[in-house]
Design a protein around this ligand. Sequence first.
Ligand SMILES: *[C@@H]1O[C@H](CO)[C@@H](O)[C@H](O)[C@H]1NC(C)=O
Ligand SMILES: *[C@@H]1O[C@H](CO)[C@@H](O)[C@H](O)[C@H]1NC(C)=O
Ligand SMILES: *[C@@H]1O[C@H](CO)[C@@H](O)[C@H](O)[C@H]1NC(C)=O
Length: 262
Amino acid sequence: MKGSCPSSLKIFRFVLLTRMLFAGHVSSTVTEDDIKCLKGIKNSLNDPDGKLSNWSFNNNSAGFLCNLVGVACWMEREDRLLSLQLRDMKLSGQLPQSLQYCQSLKTLDLSANRLSGTVPAQICSWLPYLVTLDLSSNDLSGSIPSELSNCAYLNNLVLSNNRLSGSIPEQLSGLLRLKRFSVANNDLKGAIPLSFENNSKVDFAGNSGLCGRPLGKCGSLSRKSLEIIIAAGVCGAVFSILSGFGYFWCCGRKTKCYPQAR
Ligand SMILES: *[C@@H]1O[C@H](CO)[C@@H](O)[C@H](O)[C@H]1NC(C)=O
Ligand SMILES: *[C@@H]1O[C@H](CO)[C@@H](O)[C@H](O)[C@H]1NC(C)=O
Ligand SMILES: *[C@@H]1O[C@H](CO)[C@@H](O)[C@H](O)[C@H]1NC(C)=O
């Protein structure tokens, strides 16, 4: 009894101390990561209007990141990034890989810029806590990565007004918190996953190849495929008539020829 009390106290102190050390370690690397993230974004994007010109990183005071244009933090004076909203800034380039150092982001809005390239399949391992991802009105191409289903907290996924192609991945049905989803005005095709059947039409409009609810039925024939089928039918009929004639002509000849041969 005499020794057990101080030893458990020692353990408690040890746990407390390691926790504090660990917490301190984590928060300092988080800030370093956030700086790395923002520096990388600034370096990888073209910024013709200098919208990010006040993104300088030589100020060591707490919370300085939070005052940069387009940046918001979870708490004032604590450099943990909550959101990055760089809407309508004429930014061009590809989606920056350094976003992987912005793990704490809940909102990423890069809409109405001139971003090109693809939506990186790793984006949800870079930013696992995203609630809003708005990449609309850019010049993004390639397919919608099925890995977007790994952003389990997504409420808003806005990919409209790009040049995205391929089909809408079935896996996105797994995004159970999704409230807003738009892929309007892209080059998408194929069946819309069933989970979107009650969504608004406008969020799928402007894709010539998409079908299924809330748009028109899949499998209804397009004018072109109907023409092909009719043409194939007519050709088939003509061919069978001709081969029929050929058969009779041949047999007719044979029956005529046979007695002659004798
Ligand atoms: C550093 O950042 C703090 C907080 O945003 C600001 O008040 C201060 O003026 C900045 N200092 C310099 C030298 O930019
Ligand atoms: C950067 O610019 C914005 C708006 O122009 C301003 O609100 C902010 O305080 C500036 N931040 C720094 C660190 O200069
Ligand atoms: C769409 O609405 C209908 C009618 O309210 C409902 O039965 C169906 O389950 C809904 N579909 C989805 C995917 O929520």
